[in-house]
Structures are given as structure tokens and as C-alpha cells.
Design a binder for this molecule. Structure first.
Ligand SMILES: [Zn+2]
Length: 138
């Protein structure tokens, strides 16, 4: 555990009560998760209540996955005459039938990574950048 800023972590999180058993098992789970790129962030992520995935630098979808999801989503949207952003398609404004270009979209975890959703193609959807930002926390 060298390299962690224990003083700062202690000051920030010591007011909360933690179950050491729970913390230990969460650490183990996250250390074993291939999607977690930043292991140094694991403790702070757990102490913060496992919400802020920026501490973990979770691996995101690769370009090939994004492109493939984009293509099938766009084709389906064009057939239905609605937006290729599924959230825009639900709306009632001018964007409801807008076909976004891939550069205007970002990959999103359908089931949030923090809730056990995998970073693979079956859990990937493309959202327009506005909706992707609005969804947040993945
Ligand atoms: Zn949208």
C-alpha cells in the first residue's frame, strides 16, 4: 500500500464508519477486475461509497466496439425513422429523428459499470454527447 496518501484519505473519510470486512472484500473484488486501470484509486473509491469511478480509471469501450454499435444502432434508427440516440428518440423536440454522426456520440454502459455492467459490446450503446453527459456516473 505504498504510494497512497493515507493522511489525506484519513482526514477526508475518517468521520464515516466502515465495516472492515466489507472494505476488504470490495478491495479484493476491484483488484481482480480487469477493467480497473488505476489500482491506487481503489481505496478512495470504496471509502467514497463506490460512486465516483474516476478514481479507478475504468477501461472504456474500444473504437471497434463503438463503430460496430454505432452502425447497427444507426441502421435500425433509420429504418424506424427516429434518432440514432435512443434517448433523443424518446423525446419530443427537434432531435427526435436526428441522425448523429459518430463523432457527435459517446459510448455508454447500458448497465452502469459500477452496478456490475460489463465493458463489452452487449452492454454498449451510443448516446449523443449531451445525453451521455447527462447520464453521468458509469
Ligand atoms: Zn440524445
Amino acid at each position: 500500500m505504498r504510494g497512497l496518501e493515507w493522511n489525506r484519505l484519513y482526514k477526508t473519510y475518517s468521520k464515516k464508519k466502515y465495516d472492515p470486512k466489507q472494505v476488504a472484500s470490495a478491495v479484493q473484488r476491484l483488484y481482480g477486475d480487469a477493467y480497473v486501470k488505476n489500482r491506487k484509486g481503489v481505496f478512495e473509491y470504496i471509502l467514497g461509497g463506490e460512486v465516483d469511478t474516476k478514481f479507478l480509471d475504468v477501461r472504456m469501450f474500444d473504437e471497434a466496439t463503438k463503430r460496430s454499435v454505432y452502425e447497427s444502432q444507426t441502421l435500425e434508427a433509420q429504418n424506424k425513422g427516429e434518432s440514432n440516440c435512443p434517448l433523443c428518440a424518446l423525446g419530443h423536440d427537434a432531435n427526435k429523428d436526428k441522425i448523429w454522426s459518430i463523432s457527435d456520440m459517446d459510448a455508454d454502459h447500458v448497465a452502469a459499470w459500477s452496478k456490475g455492467g460489463a465493458t463489452d459490446i452487449s452492454n454498449c450503446q451510443m448516446l449523443c454527447k449531451t445525453h451521455n453527459r447527462a447520464k453521468g456516473n458509469r
